[in-house]
Write a protein that binds this ligand. Structure first.
Ligand SMILES: [Zn+2]
Length: 283
């Protein structure tokens, strides 16, 4: 008699019948609900139970935002050096590049949204916390300058802990540089839209992230210069629970609209239509 493989299978030492293979399920970071990876990804990494918006990589964001196959990267050849000989900085850059497959913490380029041309930039928090060093600042400024030169609207998705400490003052200078470029867009009447995602803080929040003609945000994102804990220490006041969230900023006039992830692409398409391909006349 031939015994089937099933009956001759040896018991597996440590595995219990409740073990689930990796890659099939994942857990919501907020409500701990067990979710099928397939459903989770189909829902653009928004928890189907509590609605928590998990972080997306730059290319995951582009995939759900721009017309399929339309993204063309710009300035990928500009990469970071180690101007201050900061301890372990080159190793951290290398590790971030390996983990994210990106050359820096922001991806910029041109694309179409609903057949309308745009310049778009997307931060990737997975690359050194999306921090802004010289190259991130330069890529943002060049994206804006490209928008100026070609009279294209500029859309930036932010996700950053702020300025990159490994480049010291050079990082802080990027705040002025990106703000100056945003000012030029304003002077030329070219639409600039910021979409704040979790988290948008520090020198990024205090510069280009706050300067859009229209500022959108995802729900529940940490948005602000410093967080609640630091704020409590500095002011000696017990700040509200939702302090430095997109909801708090919207209540106080710093965010125009909070949108669910799936609503962002249609909202951008509508803005591009309303602003006639990116031009406005408030000069
Ligand atoms: Zn959840």
């Amino acid at each position: 008699m031939v015994r089937s493989g099933w009956f001759s299978r040896k018991p597996n030492g440590n595995k219990s019948s409740t073990d689930i293979p990796a890659g099939i399920v994942t857990k919501c970071q907020r409500c701990n609900e067990i979710l099928f990876v397939r459903d989770f990804e189909r829902n653009s990494k928004v928890c189907t139970k509590c609605g928590f918006h998990h972080k997306l990589s730059a290319y995951e964001r582009l995939e759900i935002t721009v017309d399929e196959g339309s993204f063309q990267p710009l300035n990928e050849h500009i990469i970071s050096r180690d101007p201050l000989n900061f301890i372990e900085y080159p190793a951290k850059l290398e590790k971030a590049q390996t983990n994210t497959k990106l050359t820096e913490a922001i991806v910029t380029g041109t694309a179409f949204i609903d057949n309308k041309p745009v310049v778009i930039g997307v931060s990737d928090f997975g690359y050194m916390g999306g921090s802004m060093g010289s190259v991130v600042g330069e890529r943002i400024s060049r994206a804006m300058e490209y928008g100026l030169a070609h009279r294209l609207p500029v859309i930036l998705f932010t996700a950053s802990g702020g300025a990159r400490m490994q480049e010291g003052l050079l990082s802080l200078m990027q705040m002025a540089k990106t703000s100056a470029s945003a000012g030029k867009l304003r002077n030329e009447g070219i639409l600039y839209v910021c979409v704040l995602t979790d988290p948008t803080t520090g020198g990024v929040y205090a510069s280009y992230a706050c300067l859009g003609d229209v500022i959108l945000a995802e729900p529940g994102a940490v948005v602000g210069f410093a967080g609640r804990r630091v704020g409590n220490q500095d002011t000696g006041v017990n700040l509200p629970d939702n302090f430095q969230t997109s909801e708090f900023q919207a209540e106080h006039g710093m965010v125009d609209r909070i949108l669910q992830r799936k609503e962002i692409r249609p909202a951008l398409a509508l803005l591009l239509k309303l602003f006639d391909g990116g031009r406005h006349n408030d000069r």
